[in-house]
Design a protein around this ligand. Structure first.
Ligand code: ADP
Ligand code: MG
Length: 345
């Protein structure tokens, strides 16, 4: 046998064992990363399509519990379903429900913090504009808007010493935090069921539990307010990400767009210089409420608020800037070329 042939056999043997070792290492790495397929579940709730996934042994059981929980929360805090506790409370019934009381208290706390940009007492106004409750989408008379504004205002709500809200004529709309609360309950249920890696999408609100298996952060794509595509991608772990924008629910009349986020000062859809506001926060309720509030505030006040309160946010402005506040950054090269990224402290 010639020396060359020997070298060749030796090389191919060595190549084979290197390949084996490489494959073994890859298998070990994949199993360490838990390259399992996640359990997945999708269903309609809270006026949106909810999509959940979870890794690990308990994944399927956890997702079915999370499904039940989301449906339960809808029955608790929908302002439009006649059977919900909130609907009954708004109709003047005495409803004793500590969870609902707590939710209302938390919503009012954000109203105070945002000086009323977030106000969960705009239900009549929202109905007047035809958002929710099956009403026709119309531009109401100014007189009716003024009347509806008079019967709104978070400052009118008082709490009894035992924490029960007294509405004093206002009606409560928890639409600005319901999905955030569902996200918080999703994360809490994951913990209770020993699930370390899960992801829930509740319309404009997502909840990342832990990381993907193996410690890889979850990628969250931010919706492009001007198209059906994505404007940027961020990477997160153990947080909720909520986006509020004028594109979620709206109607057009005489060529003008009217959307569902109302400015409590004017009673009209907020005339924001933002196309969308995204908040990244460990608390779903907070992310949900603050994204609505920042949108109402507009860029300047929103930036000031974020700096003062240490909020992590991404503001997409009408003049096509994407303003990253509080240290959050996009995945490299992920910002759509239609926008120029700006980084603010
Ligand atoms: P979405 O519900 O479409 O995800 P948001 O999270 O931004 O959007 O919340 C908007 C909902 O909150 C509206 O549908 C309405 O029920 C309620 N809402 C509207 N304007 C305000 C406001 N200024 N403060 C609090 N809640 C509001
Ligand atoms: Mg919101």
């Amino acid at each position: 046998m010639s020396g060359n042939k020997l070298k060749h056999i030796f090389r191919s043997h060595r190549g084979g064992s290197v390949r084996c070792v490489f494959l073994l290492a890859l298998l070990l790495l994949l199993s360490a990363c838990g390259a399992q397929t996640p359990a997945e579940l999708g269903f309609l709730a809270m006026d949106t399509y909810v999509e959940l996934k979870a890794y690990g042994d308990n994944g399927e059981k956890f997702l079915s519990l999370a499904n039940e929980e989301t449906v339960r929360l809808e029955a608790l805090c929908s302002a439009h379903s006649e059977k919900s506790s909130l609907y009954r409370l708004n109709s003047g019934e005495s409803v004793r429900d500590a969870e609902l009381d707590e939710l209302i208290a938390r919503a009012i706390a954000v109203s105070r913090e945002t000086q009323g940009a977030f106000d969960p007492t705009l239900l009549s106004l929202s109905r007047l504009w035809g958002f929710g409750g099956g009403g026709a989408a119309t531009v109401p008379d100014e007189e009716d808007i003024s009347l509806a504004l008079e019967s709104a205002g978070y400052g009118k709500i008082c709490f009894s010493p035992s924490g029960e809200p007294e509405l004093n004529g206002v009606q409560i709309d928890l639409g600005g935090i319901a999905k955030g609360y569902a996200a918080d309950r999703f994360a809490a249920l994951a913990r209770e069921n020993g699930v370390e890696s899960a992801f829930g999408s509740f319309g404009g609100m997502v909840c990342a539990v832990g990381t993907k298996p193996g410690g890889v952060k979850w990628k969250v794509a931010l919706r492009d307010p001007l198209s059906d595509g994505f404007a940027a991608v961020i990477q997160v772990e153990s947080v909720c990400v909520s986006t509020s924008g004028a594109y979620e629910r709206y109607f057009t009349h005489d060529g003008k767009l009217y959307h569902h986020i109302l400015d409590p000062k004017t009673g009209h859809p907020a005339e924001s210089d933002l196309l969308s506001a995204t908040v990244v926060d460990p608390s779903g309720i907070r992310a949900d409420a603050l994204s609505t509030a920042l949108f109402v505030m507009g860029e300047e006040d929103a930036l000031e608020f974020c700096r003062e309160h240490g909020v992590c946010a991404i503001l997409i402005t009408r003049d096509k800037r994407m303003v990253f506040v509080g240290g959050i950054e996009p995945v490299k090269d992920s910002v759509d070329e239609a926008y120029s990224p700006v980084f603010e402290k």
